[in-house]
Design a protein around this ligand. Structure first.
Ligand code: MYA
Length: 466
């Protein structure tokens, strides 16, 4: 993760501070980091060394036979797996509006839905992860805590809490079978997962029932063995079995083929800590005291009518949000049940506020979620970066920039160190004025089995995946 030398911020002072990129959503460099093996879960995940060696050999043997091919020949395709999937390919000719829609409209996909799970290397087995079960919750949490997304410099790793995972995975209408795990049979240890939740998504005005895919994770000791494609094939089969044929997902890596590319921006709330942990650095001509002044916020929001969202607000928030989201090319379609689940405040997970006018009408809405990152380098006393991520925001009674200025204050009051946002929707309009610095990683948006005639601008995208 290299700081963005050109970090564009509002003024010369803010310019002096370069935000380190997306705290972790940029893809890992896949360092296996043998040095951390005793505390990264590898012992439990892989059994003792000799057992691991045998299993590794089996995995390798099995996967070189994989019909989708590895990369062992010089003519191997660049994306041996993705080139076999119903996704847009690089270099594909643009066929215009007429070709928009499903890429595989039935044929191969329905065969897959009825077939058996793809075979795993000997010694491994499929499971479903029941997030209502505390023991499973803990296993998923630990797998992600030790193995999930890191920044390119291996300084930070996402630290999803158990409550967050339960929220993200047990959404209205979720299917237990879409929380796919792989276990090592001898020890029953969870070593890989991929998850999906059902969602209705509007793509250029057409509403489609999809799966939102997230939390693809393979234990560090099992990387580069083509387990990820096997997980993706299995979740596809399980999703298809529910008669769902499209999916949306995001990733830091470039795969065939993004439909949109967004960028993270970061607003320092505790500049001193951010510098201490190496998330942000001051330029040579700036001082800490100056930077503290630059990022200082008022102690409380400007808008007096701003208050925490309540259950009784759900119908109005649903209406406000639905109207707002309907103008975007890619956006969730949310029922009241969805809004209640995704946007009602949850301690330590999601924060939502409304502005109610004197007639009882809800005119504005703010939300952000709590996704800390572990600090995995050892050059600081701090253990955790407390990051708020902008979720959905709607301003109708005031300019969006004023609403978001209050969102920053609310995040600061809730003890966050940094406020992150993607440049989706109208977000680009407030970034500079509110002293956000540009991150260094892109987040790519993908649709599975759906072709668009042209890529979308980030400003046309209103789908935020946790
Ligand atoms: S994004 C978050 C991804 N997770 C992480 O970054 C956590 C840390 N990293 C890891 O755990 C591993 O490195 C992962 C790859 C698991 C990422 N999305 O097994 P391999 C392709 C899709 O040897 P590993 C999120 O969760 C890669 O291009 N594909 O590699 C959204 C190559 O294929 P090809 C990816 O490093 C997930 C193949 O995998 C990704 O051991 C959306 C190599 O496999 C990635 N992020 O494991 C998933 N990274 O040769 C797609 C690498 O063709 C969902 N690869 O280039 C699709 C929709 C499915 C449902 C459809 C329903 C209709």
């Amino acid at each position: 993760m290299v700081p963005d030398a050109g970090a564009a911020t509002a003024d010369a002072d803010a310019d002096a501070v370069c935000a380190r990129g997306d705290a972790a959503r940029t893809e890992t460099t896949e360092r296996t980091n043998e040095g951390r093996s005793s505390d990264d879960g590898s012992k439990t995940a892989s059994g003792d060394g000799s057992l691991r060696a045998v299993l590794d050999a089996l995995v390798r043997a099995r996967l070189t036979e994989d019909a989708t091919g590895g990369r062992d020949g010089s003519n191997a395709p660049e994306h041996a797996f993705w080139e076999t999937q119903p996704v847009r390919q690089f270099g594909e000719k643009d066929e215009g509006e007429a070709a928009e829609g499903a890429i595989d409209a039935g044929g191969r996909a329905s065969e897959r839905a009825e077939s058996a799970p793809p075979s795993l290397p000997p010694g491994y087995e499929w499971c479903s992860c029941d997030m209502r079960d505390e023991e499973t919750q803990k296993e998923v949490y630990e797998l992600l805590t030790n193995n999930y997304v890191e920044d390119d410099d291996a300084m930070f790793r996402f630290q999803y809490s158990k409550e967050f995972l339960k929220w993200a995975l047990c959404s209205p209408g979720y299917h237990l079978e879409w929380h796919v795990g792989v276990r090592l049979r001898v020890t029953n240890t969870l070593v890989a997962i991929i998850t999906g939740v059902p969602a209705r998504v509007s793509v250029k005005g057409k509403e489609i029932d999809m799966a939102e895919i997230n939390f693809l994770c393979v234990h560090k000791k099992l990387r580069s063995k083509r387990i990820a494609p096997t997980l993706i094939r299995e979740i596809t089969r399980r999703v298809n079995a529910k008669d769902v044929w499209q999916a949306a997902y995001t990733a830091g890596v470039v795969l065939p083929k993004p439909i949109a590319r967004a960028r993270y921006w970061h607003r320092s709330l505790d500049i001193k800590k951010l510098v201490e942990i190496g998330f942000t650095r001051l330029s040579r001509d700036s001082s800490m005291s100056r930077a503290v002044q630059v990022y200082k916020l008022d102690p409380k929001p400007k808008c007096d009518a701003l208050r925490r969202m309540l259950d009784e607000d759900v119908p109005q928030v649903t209406a406000l949000l639905s109207k707002y989201l309907s103008s975007y090319s890619l956006a969730p379609v949310m029922s009241e049940a969805d809004v209640r689940h995704w946007l009602m405040p949850r301690d330590g997970v999601v924060f939502s506020y409304v502005v109610e006018n004197e007639n009882g009408k809800i005119t504005d809405f703010i939300s952000f979620y709590n996704l800390p990152s572990q600090i995995i380098h050892e050059r600081t006393k701090h253990k955790e970066l407390k990051a708020a991520y902008s979720y959905y925001n709607v301003a109708t009674s005031m300019p969006l920039v004023d609403l978001m200025a209050d969102a920053l204050i609310l995040a600061k009051c809730n003890n966050f160190d940094v406020f992150n946002t993607l440049d989706l929707m109208e977000n680009a309009s407030f970034l500079e004025q509110l002293k956000f610095g540009k991150g260094d990683g892109n987040l790519h948006y993908y649709l599975y089995n759906w072709r668009l005639s042209a890529d979308l601008e980030a400003s046309q995208v209103a789908l935020v995946l946790t």
